[in-house]
Structures are given as C-alpha cells and as structure tokens.
Design a protein around this ligand. Sequence first.
Ligand code: NOJ
Length: 733
Amino acid sequence: MKLCREPSRFMIVLLLTSSIPAAVSSQASTIDQRIDELLSRMTLDEKVGQLVQYPGYSEDRAQAIREGKIGSFLNVPGAENSNQVQRIAVEESRLGIPLIFGLDVIHGFRTIFPIPLATASSWDPELVTAIEAIAAREARASGVHWTFAPMVDIARDARWGRISEGAGEDPYLGSAMAAARVRGFQGDDLTAADRIMACLKHYVAYGQPVGGRDYNSVDMSERSLREIYLPPFKAGADAGAASLMSAFNLLNGVPTTANKFTLNQILRGEWGFEGFIVSDWNSVGELVQHGYAGDAADAARLALNATIDLDMASGIYDGQLADLVRANVIPEELLDQSVRRVLRAKFMLGLFDNPYVDPETETAAILRDDHVAAARDAARKSMVLLKNDGALLPLSEDIGSIAVIGPLADNQVDLLGSWHAMGQPEDVVTVLAGIQSRAAPTTTITYAQGSTITGAETDGFAEAVAAARDADVAIVVVGEREYETGEGASRTALDLPGVQPALIEAVHETGTPVVAVIMSGRPLTIPWLAENVPAILQAWHPGIQGGNAVADLLWGDYNPSGKLTASFPRSVGQIPIYYARDITGRPGTDFKYTSRYIDSPDTPLYPFGYGLSYTTFEYGDLTLSADTITVNDTLTVSATVSNTGDVAGAEVVQLYIRDPVASVVRPVKELKGFTKIYLEPGEQQTVQFTLRARELGFFDQEMLWAIEPGVFNVWVGWSSDEGLEGSFVLSGN
Ligand code: NOJ
C-alpha cells in the first residue's frame, strides 16, 4: 500500500515558490520593464553577443566588445583590468550593456580556504557560508561578478580528481552544503559590493564517470539521478542560485549540454529554474566531438533548444546563432528568452548602475586580517583525526624534540589545492612554520624533506631517518600535489604518490612514534598507515593557513571535530564505495557465496561520518516522540550526548534512517539530519531532530514520489556505521 504518491513536480514547485523572497519579486517587475525596453532596441547580432563568453581579454577582442558581440568574459580578475575592459562595453558600445566577468572562485579568491571537500568535512554550513562570503567580498572588489561554484556533484569514486571540489558522497549533506555556499556567495542582495553570483555545476551526474575518468560518460538509472545526484542542485536552486553550468558528460547517451530531459523537463519544467545556464568550457563544441551534433550549427541549435543561455569559450553561438535565426531554424523568441535571462542577471548584479569597481576597495579587501583568521578556523575545523592510538596526540607542551619530515612539510604551493584562483604560494604558512611558531622554545625541531611528492629518488631517506631517530615524535607530512587533484586529474591508484609510502615505513622503523599528516584532495588508500602508525590526521589541501591549523590540532589548541564526507576505501578495487549502499539479497558473511570480496573486507577503511576527537562523547537516551506516526506527522528524535573526557570539543551528531521493506529496495542507511554541538568536559546536551514523514519517501517504480507505510529504523550516531538504534511505524491510516 502506498500512503502517498505524487509527481515529484508537486513537491518541487511548492518548495520553489515558498523560497522566493518578496523583495526579489517586486524588484523583478522593474527589471523586466528595463529588459523589455533594452531588448526592443537590440539588433540580432547584439542579442547573440549577450550569449557569448570568451576566456581572458586581449586587445583583438576590443572591437567585438564595441560592436556588442561579447557579453561576458571569464578569467579577467583585478579591479584595474576589469574596469578597463568594462569601459569598452559601457562607454564605447552602442547600448552600453555591461559585461559580466566570471571566475572559478572555488575555495577562496586570494585568501585561500581548504578545498570544498575539506570544508564539507566540518559539517558546519554556517562556517561554509561565512567563508564563501569572504571569497565573494574579495572577488567582487576585484571586479569578478560571478563564480563558477559551488560544484555540487555527488562523488562516490575517489579516482575522479574533482571529488576535491564537492561535498562528498551524500545527497543530504551535499544539499546542505550547496545551499550554504550559495547563501555565502550571494547573500540577500547581488547588487551589494561584496556579493557575487553563484553557479551550480556541473549539471548533471558529472561526478560518476565510468572508471572514474574525468569527462567520461555516465550511465545511470533515473532513480539514482533523482534521489542522489539531483538533490544538491535542487537545494542550491531553492537557495536562490542565479545561474547553473551544464556538464561535459553524456548521461545515458545524451550530452548534458543538450539534454532536454534534464534541462528542459526537470530543471526548467519541474523545478521552474529561471536563472541562466552557462555551458561548460567548449561543451557546446563538444556536442560535435561526442557525435551528437553534425556540425557547429547543429550544436548551437541543440544547445539553445536545451536552454543553454551562455556559450563558454566555444565561439559557436558567436559564429552560428544569428544565421540560424535568419534562416528560421531557431525562432527569435527562443533567442530572446536566453538574452532576457542573461540581462536579468546583469540587472540583478546592479551592473547597469555600477559597472566599475574601486581599486582601493580591492586593496583593502584582499587578505584582510579577519579573512586570514577565518582561513585558519576553517582549516582546523575541516581536518579529520582518523587515528590516535595511545593518545599520542595532542603533543605535550614540554615535548623535547620533534622531527618534521616529508615533501609537504615545508611546501607552500600544494597546500593551496586545485583551483586556487588568485591564491599565491607566498601567502601559505607551511606546516614546518606552523610547528616552529607553536612549539615551546625548549623544543628542538629538525626538518628533513625525505623525498619529493611524486619522484622515485630515495636519497633523502637517510636524513629523514636520522632526524626521526633523534626525536620524541616524527610528524610526517605527505600527500598529493595540487595538480594531481581537481579537473583532469583522475588516478587509477590512490596510494600516496611516489616513494612516500616507503619514506613513512623507513621513519616508522626507527621506533619513534609517527604522526602522519595527509594533505590530499581525495580519500587515499592508506591501509598500511591505518595498521602501523599510531596517529593519522587527514588535513586535505588546507589553504593558506594550513600550517597554523595543523599546529593548532597537534597541540590541542583546537580539538579535532571534522568527520568524513566520503568513505575511505581500503583499495581501489572497492570503488565505488559509499555508506548508503543497497541491501543485497546476500549480505556479506564468511560464507563464500555472499556479496563480499575474497581478498578484502567489503567495509571501508574509514566510513562516512567518521572522525575522532581528543575527548570522548557518550550517547544515550534515544527517544522518539511517538511509536507510530501518520504521513502528515513529524517525528522528533532525540538523544543526549555527554562529553565524558577531559577537554572541550565539538561533535557532529548524525541522524540516519532505513526503510527495511519497500516496493523499491532502499539503502541500508540514509542521512536525514545532522547538527554540530560544542560541549565542555562533563557537559551534556539533548539533541533533537525533526523528521517529517514526507522525508521518508522515495521515487517508486513509476518515478513518482511515494511514501509507504511500515516499520522504519532510525539511528542517532557518531558515524554512518555506529549509533543508537530505534524504530517507529509509519501507519497506513
Ligand atoms: C571547465 C570546468 O569543468 C569548469 O568547472 C570550470 O568552471 C570551467 N572550465 C571554467 O574554468
């Protein structure tokens, strides 16, 4: 029996309309009038120009700007630069329509924060909003109006380098982070001098390419698409994201840049998304490369029909659209719709009234002290303590000697991580510098690089071993280069690159306790470390304050509170790996013919939601507000969490559910809530979650949202695989 079945469209429209702030709607009519007026004066070529975006600026583009044939640039940061180019559009073109400048402000503009996968590991949407607001302030002051972020692609395959740019494997957490980042970039008023427009990307399913190989095709059920990959886009759209980027990949055989199902039907139709859509870099051109469009004209037609408004970098709209309209292949009304959407964004940004930025404001905004302090705070809240045997950490104040070892220990550039916008290596505090400034004057610190990150040379091992032998503790800082992560950086092996594993083994053999600090853009396969070294801190690519943040954690000035948002596989062979797997007919046991590996446990090395603290938290008193609820009810689930250790700390309390019997088999667990609390030693707090019966639904066999009666399991836990368990009944009455 189904309690409730409804087209997904119903829920979605409800959510969307309730999220439009009144101020925006009243402003919209004025903007619409201004757009109408402008549009009536535009020639066909000028209209097409608004849909054209080129990368960088060079003088040979000046004439096209004067003629109104370019509406946007990417990669023209800097107040002076952008003003100079803007002046051509505003003062020398016939209609004076301002340009919109976009840039990949992925985790900071000049003040570089930890990579997005790291800040998602804070499980702290407010923190994420705050850092994106800082990124927005610096970017806008520099003449950037628009970021190509957040990337909200769910990723369950760490071979894919771009896992670093997202929030990990889970749609619920991914949705919370998507909304938080949009709010941070955009605030309430895009005309403000410290806000930029967000762009949800890459629509859609780009994060699940076959083989984990970037740009590769995606083959996926509509249910997975709707339940796992679309929700963060929906959440970002509901939070008001003004733009969205299509992707490079095929989805079930159809390129996502011309996909009428995902773009026209779901995004524009079901969700009513009115923002503008930019293609990814040359993804309109790649319609030909894919073998989906016969030639450039065909590609332009297919993309515009799928409501791709702005053509990034391919030049195909520039070369083709006007002719296609003249030949009646594309109706001018269709073109006008796209032009309207782009113009609306320019009005929303206030560019017609304020096209320029003040270079003095730029200087004042960049690397402000509070921005740098926020980078340190974000970094320490993003790091995840994976192991801490024998309470090796925190280090004691009077520790005699520390050996700081490894190719990322005295490294600046790689701590910036991929896509570091205007970030500069010289802004980065290295781990060595962080340790040197934190350690007591009586502590001896020695440093040995040991090896490079990717090279094969082991000449430096002897010095590293000698340093470790003489020290009380060895802090070994290892990981990936920044360019080994992010776009175009898929890997088939996820071990620490180069000879780093051998370096750690050599240091470990000295008998000096080892703290491994891992700086990577993805989960790496580290079973040897997990087995052999007493302490592991997953520090990700932590940004400009990474070294200070590591020191804060090593000495316990800040108690680690990050939790994983992507499962750590034991080996690449387990990929894709994620906690919300389906229940199989043969759950793995010791018996051979069950769903398991014969050469490895099927569990991850470290699960989603996992992370240690220097204190201990005890969970108790799981209470449900009712044993039975109806479809219109809300269940309250509460539990008490006590800090039973000696130091204060923050804990991420997680709510999971499972629908054990359903007409479509449900995952073993699904995250449905989380909260981060801070407790002094001995302090206790009751945490309450509200779970609406409506959230217990799923897409049924006809792709309709269904809520089915029956028993549900619920957990309040400290990771996806541990917690207090209860159950309740959703009644059919
Ligand atoms: C290609 C990437 O896929 C996209 O994420 C980025 O925003 C654009 N290039 C622009 O740099």
